[in-house]
Design a protein around this ligand. Sequence first.
Ligand code: GAR
Length: 210
Amino acid sequence: KCRTVVLISGSGSNLQTFLDAAASGDSGYTVEAVISNKADAYGLTRAQNAGVPTEVLSHRDFNDRDSFDQAMAKLIDGYQPDLVILAGFMRILTPGFVRHFSGRLLNIHPSLLPKYQGLHTHQRALDAGDREHGATVHFVTEELDGGPPILQAAVPIESGDTAESLAQRVLVQEHKIYPMVASWFAQGRLRMVGDRAELDGELLPRSGKR
Ligand code: GAR
């Protein structure tokens, strides 16, 4: 089975879908540990409820990004993961960290990348008057929110939407696509080749559109 470690900073609703899939037995992966940079992240409770080991590593205990990321990498390596899953982990990772886990580091970003890299994606989509929004699962590279896209899900933007209502609609889709991508990886169907993702032997478009 594919061993995963999940990194979180908050609620962990995406984490929950991995815990559920792993518990169901046929996902092809296990969650070996959940690591948070915030001690009060609700996702830690989710992990404990599922009997999964948790770790808290606060970035505030480190002088700089490099030393935090080195400690984080060491902690993760202790669980010998085949795949590291960022699920609402709200820290920018250093190039050294990203290189260390290159090809086995996934992220989900709440926008239709390459649109709206960075923060406040839902409000930015609303402010721009977009008619659709969504989420993207991608391999992580040194380029922030710029790594090769794997799978996107789009949702309509409706009149009267707020950032919160839109976020909820996007999250429903996140919970479908992220565990699906993880199971592709676990089945050996997905890999990173250069700066592209490859699924079942076919390179996926660099743009994210499928
Ligand atoms: C999700 O919407 C995820 O896409 C986003 O944070 C939320 C976490 O929710 N990630 C980012 O913004 C990464 N920059 P969750 O804790 O309930 O899974």
